[in-house]
Ligand binder design. Structure first.
Ligand code: NDP
Ligand code: 3IO
Length: 615
């Protein structure tokens, strides 16, 4: 039995990225992996001709953007090389050949109990962890639906995850079932190698080129989603014409809208459409039954096949080993909680890499999870007198924000869940770009602990309201519930310890061991009252005009959204940061251009927080 702070299950991009983010915060973690290598979907279960669909600026993991020499669309092998470098650069040592057989939360101990079979020693290993990160992948297990008569099929059949190349199918009659990206790419590859290829297309699907998606992703930075959807659909019509006579019908909803709301990707054409139009690839509707070598389709056509490749998608494996209440996962084994909160479960449970948003989504999850664990874990670390540095972590988040969404429209922000403030405040079409443009310039503190510990640039010009705005979108989901879920009094404790408030739990440091408050950095509150001429001037010239927009649009909207007229957060004071956000935001509104009177605000907030939370 081994006690660890965090157990991460899965050494794919999601698990590895989460580990890197945790390591950066000095939070101990162990990665368990069923295979004998990392990134096994890429290394073992994907076909040779695979290329990334999204450009490299949407496909990197935290702390390691691609160099300018990397081509925009990476091949499978160059992505695998990138993953190898990620693992070696950050000295990650996943524990391989560990198949997790069960994981459950033990209420009595407050710990996750994880049992993993070590496939080398053939022994069961037990891990006890405060936090459990499920990073086993959206594509953990190939899924083949039931077809009447499949047992009787006399040819051979495989799932797309076992397919390597059309080389093995030269001259054969091959049926590909499924018209997602795997099916369409495999069909192209089969035909390219000279197989007599057919494909089953059973529902409407958008067909776009990689360049159209690339254009769309970039336009989403400036333009609303409906506009980009219309434009991209128009381009698709121009390039491909009406494909319905070949059995390919466009969905009514736009491609980006569908991706955002259902996770379903458009098909990114790699040349399959030309082959379909030229009748090199035949399109069939849904299968009705299979008999011997014959497959009958819903249009009553019967065709003989040597091989079938089921490109019918994937399921997660979470339900096989995670023991939680039935409501957490949907039929495909994906977390039910909708984006952008899908990464967070209960009792220290997290889901990394289940946002259906490619590698950008993976990175966001890793960052959110590490930060959330750090907030929860921070309460424990506080007892040991330590305050962890967040700055490089925030830097990477901002780097991503800047690369994806500098001057972004609310649509992009929403698409990537970068700042859910856009979902809280519908009227921020102007404020969102300004917010994003400004945050890299000023933002540092993301949690209130940071702010207290003086992690801002300390110039009084941006820290305060950036922090308070970040708080409001960062700590609260779009429905106003705190993302943390737990009653996080640590923010108050930090301040209270500093200010000598002994109201929390009746002693100075929040426990009863008589040790007194932990020491705080000397910078703690001074940094917020310091000011210098340069930053003041830059504040006036750069910040003021945008600040006016913020004050008039964003801040009042935040307040009315979060707080009722008597200043109490809707739904009650949930945690100390509610109070602090309230105080800061109202102070920002009456800001006289020189001094926030931080001490007053924070003291009030802490006191209010103490008494609200602890009665
Ligand atoms: N280069 C890249 O970056 C690539 C990315 N991908 C991504 O990986 C993920 C998985 O893709 P993929 O493997 O294609 O899986 P998907 O889940 O995207 O597609 C599965 C397909 O199988 C069809 N299907 C399911 N059941 C049946 C059935 N009983 N009869 C006929 N058809 C059926 C589905 O149709 P229906 O819609 O009706 O359910 C759908 O067309 C996707 O996000 C995809 O975009 C995949 C390949 C390459
Ligand atoms: O992983 C997938 O689903 C892809 O095919 C890539 C992808 C991620 N996010 C997208 C948004 C629009 C189009 C394709 C993708």
């Amino acid at each position: 039995m081994e006690e660890v702070t965090v157990v991460i299950i899965g050494a794919g991009p999601s698990g590895l990225a989460t580990s890197v983010c945790l390591n950066n915060l000095s939070i101990p973690n162990v990665i368990l992996e069923r295979e004998d290598c990392h990134s096994s979907l890429w290394k073992k279960r994907s076909y040779d001709c695979l290329k990334l669909h999204l450009g490299k600026e949407f496909s990197f993991l935290p702390y390691m953007p691609h160099p300018s020499t990397t081509p925009t669309f990476m091949t499978k092998n160059s992505f695998i090389q990138y993953m190898d470098e990620y693992v070696s650069h950050f000295n990650l040592c996943p524990r391989y050949c560990r198949t997790v057989e069960s994981a459950f939360y033990d209420k009595a101990s407050g710990q996750w109990n994880v049992v993993a079979k070590n496939k080398v020693s053939n022994e069961d290993e037990v891990y006890l962890a405060m936090f459990l990160v499920v990073a086993t992948g959206e594509n953990s297990q190939g899924y083949i639906p039931e077809f009447p008569g499949l047992d009787s099929f006399r040819g051979s059949f495989i799932h797309s995850s076992q397919y390597k190349s059309g080389r093995e199918y030269v001259g054969k009659d091959v049926l590909v079932v499924g018209s997602g990206n795997s099916g369409m790419e495999i069909a192209f590859n089969l035909a390219y190698f000279g197989a007599k290829t057919s494909i089953v297309v059973q529902s409407p699907v958008h067909v776009l080129s990689r360049e159209m998606v690339y254009l769309g992703m970039n336009l989403l930075k400036f333009l609303p989603m409906f506009f980009v959807d219309n434009l991209v659909t128009m381009l698709s019509k121009l390039q491909y014409g009406d494909l319905s006579r070949y059995g390919i019908v466009r969905p009514k909803k736009g491609p980006f809208h569908l991706k955002q709301t259902t996770g379903r990707s458009p098909v990114l054409d790699v040349g399959t459409m030309d082959l379909i139009v030229n009748k090199d690839i035949k399109v069939f509707p849904r299968i009705s039954r299979i008999e011997g070598t014959n497959v009958t389709f819903e249009n009553d056509k019967v065709w003989k096949f040597d091989d079938i490749i089921f490109a019918t998608g994937f399921k997660t494996t979470i339900k096989d080993w995670l023991e939680v209440d039935g409501d957490l996962l949907n039929d495909n084994g994906m977390p039910k909680t909708p984006f952008p909160n899908q990464w967070k479960g209960k009792n220290g449970l997290y889901f990394a890499g289940f946002s259906s948003r490619g590698l950008a989504g993976v990175s966001m999850d890793a960052e959110n999870i590490a930060e959330d664990i750090n907030m929860a874990f921070g309460q424990i670390k506080l007892h040991h007198g330590g305050l962890e540095a967040f700055s490089s972590f925030n830097a990477v988040r901002l780097q991503r924000a800047a690369s994806i969404s500098a001057f972004a429209s609310p649509a992009t922000l929403e698409f990537f869940g970068l700042f859910s403030v856009t979902t809280q405040i519908p009227s921020n079409a102007f404020a969102a770009p300004a917010l994003v443009a400004l945050i890299p310039a000023f933002a540092e503190p993301v949690t209130s602990r940071d702010a207290f510990a003086g992690k801002g640039d300390g110039d009084n010009n941006g820290d305060a309201w950036c922090w308070s705005l970040q708080q409001s979108h960062h700590r609260f989901s779009s429905d106003g519930a705190p993302r943390g879920g737990f009653l996080d009094a640590s923010d108050v404790i930090v301040y209270a310890a500093h200010a000598g408030c002994s109201r929390i739990h009746g002693s100075e440091d929040g426990d009863d061991d008589g040790e007194g408050a932990p020491p705080l950095p000397a910078t703690s509150r001074d940094s917020f009252t310091d000011t210098d001429l340069g930053s003041l001037l830059s504040g006036i010239v750069v910040v003021t005009p945008l600040f006016v927009i913020f004050s008039l649009v964003l801040v009042p909207a935040t307040i009315t959204h979060r707080f009722s007229s008597d200043g109490v957060p809707r739904g009650g004071f949930l945690e100390a940061s509610d109070v602090i956000v309230y105080v800061l935001v109202t102070e920002v509104l009456v800001w006289d251009g020189r001094d926030y009177e931080w001490e007053f605000g924070l003291r009030e907030a802490a006191h209010a927080g103490c008494s609200r939370i602890h009665g």
